[in-house]
Each structure stands twice: as C-alpha cells, then as structure tokens.
Design a protein around this ligand. Structure first.
Ligand SMILES: Cc1cc2nc3c(=O)[nH]c(=O)nc-3n(C[C@H](O)[C@H](O)[C@H](O)COP(=O)(O)OP(=O)(O)OC[C@H]3O[C@@H](n4cnc5c(N)ncnc54)[C@H](O)[C@@H]3O)c2cc1C
Length: 413
C-alpha cells in the first residue's frame, strides 16, 4: 500500500478544515494536506444555495456555494493541497490515517492531524418515527443535494420536522424546488429560530409552525401521502397530507474517526472532547468545527479553523503539554458545552466564547459556573438562550476556575 507523509493532515474540506489549511500552509515548511470524501471540496455550504454565509469570518453576505468556492480558492492559493474523493476510513497508528481513493488505498501520516469532519442530521430511523417505509423522506442535507447538486424533483407538499435555523433553510430549498411547505412541526413550545426568521418566514412560505407537537407516524404506500402529528399539550392527533417529509436539525457529530482512534468523546456533544485550543485528548490530534459543536454557523466553524491552526503551530513548535485538566460540564437545560476541558495555561477559545445548546427558552439568562460546590463565576446575558441554535457566553465566566480542581459545572440561573 502506498504511504505518504504531510506536515499537517486535515480531514474534511468544509469551512473549518479549509480555513485551518489557509492559515497553516504559508507558515509551515512541508505539505498541508486536506482530505475530503466528496468529489468537490467545500463541505456543507456547497449545497446550501441561499445567502447567509461569511458574515463573521469574511465580513460578507454570500451564498453557500459562493462561500465554499471562495474558501477553496483561498486555501489553494495559500499553498494547501486538497485531495477529494479521499475517504478516511481509520488509523494505521496514532499519527497515520488509512485513506480510500479511486486510485487505491493509501496510508497518510501527519505530524499533526486535524479532524474537521462536521456533523449530520439524524435521519428518520434514528429518531424512531414509525409508520410506512415510503419514499419522499429526507434530511435537509439529502434534500439540498437532490435539489441543488443533482437537480432532481422532490414533490409538491412538504412537512418539515423542526423549526430551527436549518429548518428554514429546508423550507427555502423546498420553495426553490417548487414544493409548498404546509407545516413545520416542533416539540418546543415556541419556534426555535430567531423571530426574524420564524415571523416573516411563516408569511413568506405560507406555512404554519405547529409547536408542542411531534410527527408520530409517516403514512404512504410507495410514496409518502401524509404524516400524523400529535399535539402534546392537547393530546389531539391529526393527519397532514403531504408527499415529502424533511427531518431537520437533531445533529450528531461525524465522530467516527475520533471513536475509531479511542479518543475520548464528550458525553454530551458526542464529539471529541477538546480544550479551549481545540486539542483533543490524544497528543497531536486536534478537532475543529461542527464535529466539536453540533452545530454552529459556517463562519464560526471557519474561525475555529483559524484558532486550531494557531494551536497546531504551537504544538509543532514544541508545546506538547498533556491533556489533563478540569472537565466543563453542562447541567440543567444546557444540553452541551464546547469546549469541555479547562487545560492549565490554555488560551481562551475562538472569539473568547463558550458555545452551548439549551433545551429550554430563557429570555435573559444568567449563566452560573460552580466548581467543587462553590460559585466561581456568573454572567447575566443580554440575549436569550433558545433551543435550536447555539447559545454563546463569555469565556471569562470561567476566569476563576482551577484547571487542577474538580469539574466545572455550568447552569442557567
Ligand atoms: C441546511 C443547512 C443550512 C445552513 N445554513 C447556513 C447559513 O445560512 N449560514 C451559515 O453560516 N451556516 C449555515 N449552515 C451551517 C454550516 O453549513 C456549517 O456550520 C458548516 O458547514 C460547518 O463546517 P465544518 O467545516 O465544521 O463541516 P462541514 O461543512 O460539514 O464539512 C465537513 C467535511 O468533512 C468531510 N468528511 C467527513 N468525514 C470524512 C471522512 N471520514 N473522510 C473524508 N472526508 C470526510 C465531509 O465530506 C465534509 O466535506 C447550514 C447548515 C445546513 C445543514
């Protein structure tokens, strides 16, 4: 089997991997190699053909495909090599990846390895939605690939499961494909996207958002003909006629490589546990983007890429400090927090922010940090914590935390 080496190997040519490559390539002698299983680099934005990309990282308002192309060109111009159709399937040893390409299998060794493999939506089967096995059921990613990459028809009436940002992206894609979104269904008591989306969105797409509700059955012989929806407050069930169902949100990191390596996962995000500099618990292996926080926007993933690049440079420069530190643990309505390791001497995370996901809406939340039974910090935030989108808070709330102490617990007061 052919073996190659690079200074840094990055798995995933999405925003986080490409931005990391852009930062690293001009600063390192030796190759910065980005591997992606797809035939075209760019990650998820490639098939999100609507505006909303590049705001925080590029100061622009681009479409997904435009943003993806720009990131690819910048990385290549910076000197990185991007190899597509290269699926990383496992590890030959702690610093060598096994890669399958159309030309055969390869071993690729990196002095440092960055996992930038993103996250995916759980499909219907993983959400245990019973009923008929009819055609016409998608996740948002599947829908967008069918519409924007393969240019295939979808249907005419859709129900979207979820009411978060990505759900509106699905509604937009459906509209572009000539499909009417007849209802959006969320189990939360209010729509989870920003009001600026869910208010005008309802008018624009002529759809209704059914809150406190769940899709409990898919109906249809051959093709979907409807979904059964349960209102959890009243107990009422109704059948909504549709030929398309899109399951949106409910993210899981693409963490298989971390798992295969035996790298510790965070039990809440299910992504690799990282410290504030995006080091995993395995020396020389880093992680960035949505594989760490499922999910935030692409600009945040790209800024993670810049952040992890600084960490890799410091590692290759000799800073190989161990992985020990205090775990940062989400409690109560906080579902997960990233980063989730407070390592001694580690710099603040990207943008000086803790990223969290909550399961309950709080208008003006107070974030409280405790360690060994003592309150060590708190912050009253001027923005809401809402399900369905990342809740960001200043890292300074942990300024008094002791990395050699017990676990640091975060709660909403
Ligand atoms: C429908 C939808 C709409 C969105 N709309 C917006 C928006 O308007 N604005 C915005 O800012 N963000 C938006 N986002 C979020 C944004 O797309 C993501 O935050 C961003 O793409 C994450 O970047 P990433 O680098 O972490 O991962 P990804 O973009 O997911 O890239 C990961 C890459 O890793 C590759 N990969 C995974 N495993 C392997 C492997 N084993 N071997 C080789 N390659 C591998 C994949 O092929 C992929 O190319 C949207 C997301 C979705 C799903």
């Amino acid at each position: 089997m052919k073996s190659v080496s690079a200074r840094v190997v990055i798995v995933g040519a999405g925003p986080s991997g490409l931005r990391a490559a852009t930062e690293l390539a001009p600063k390192l002698p030796g190759e910065v190699l980005v591997l992606d299983r797809e035939s075209v680099a760019g990650g998820v934005p490639r098939h999100c053909d609507h505006p909303g990309y590049g705001i925080r990282d590029l100061g622009r308002f681009l479409t997904g495909p435009g943003y993806a192309q720009r990131l690819v060109h910048t990385a290549v111009n910076a000197g990185a090599r991007i190899q597509t159709n290269a699926m990383v399937t496992g590890w030959a040893d702690e610093s060598t990846l096994e890669v399958t390409t159309p030309q055969g299998r390869r071993r690729v060794r990196g002095e440092a390895i960055i996992l930038a493999t993103g996250a995916r939506e759980r499909p219907r089967s993983a959400r245990w939605v019973p009923g008929d096995r009819a055609a016409g059921v998608f996740t948002t990613a599947e829908l967008q690939q069918q519409v924007h990459l393969e240019r295939l028809p979808v249907g005419s009436r859709a129900v979207v499961v979820g009411a978060e940002l990505v759900s509106w992206s699905a509604a937009m894609t459906l509209r572009q494909a000539g499909v009417r979104t007849v209802a959006m269904v969320t189990h939360y008591p209010k729509p989870d996207a920003y009001a600026v989306f869910s208010g005008p969105g309802r008018v624009m797409f002529a759809t209704s958002v059914l809150t406190s509700s769940r899709v409990t059955r898919v109906v249809g012989r051959g093709r979907v003909s409807g979904v059964e929806v349960l209102n959890e407050q009243t107990g009422a069930r109704r059948l909504i006629e549709c030929d398309t169902v899109v399951f949106t949100g409910d993210w899981i990191p693409d963490h298989e490589l971390a798992r295969a390596a035996g790298i510790e996962l965070d039990e809440k995000t299910l992504g690799p546990r990282v410290d504030s500099t995006l080091r995993t618990m395995r020396e020389g292996v880093f992680a960035a983007g949505n594989v760490v926080h499922p999910v935030d926007t692409a600009d945040i993933a790209a800024l993670d890429g810049a952040h992890v690049a600084a960490s890799v440079l410091s590692y290759l420069g000799g800073d190989t400090r161990s992985a020990a530190g205090a775990p940062i643990v989400a409690t109560g309505p906080i579902r997960w927090v990233a980063p989730s390791l407070l390592r001694p001497g580690a710099a603040a995370p990207s943008r000086g922010k803790l990223l969290m996901w909550v399961d309950e809406y709080r208008a003006l939340p107070r974030l409280v940090a405790t360690q060994d039974g003592q309150v060590i910090g708190s912050a009253k935030l001027a923005w809401p914590a809402s399900p369905g989108r990342v809740f960001r808070a200043p890292w300074s709330v942990l300024a008094k935390a002791d990395p050699s102490g017990g676990e640091v617990r975060l709660s909403l007061g």
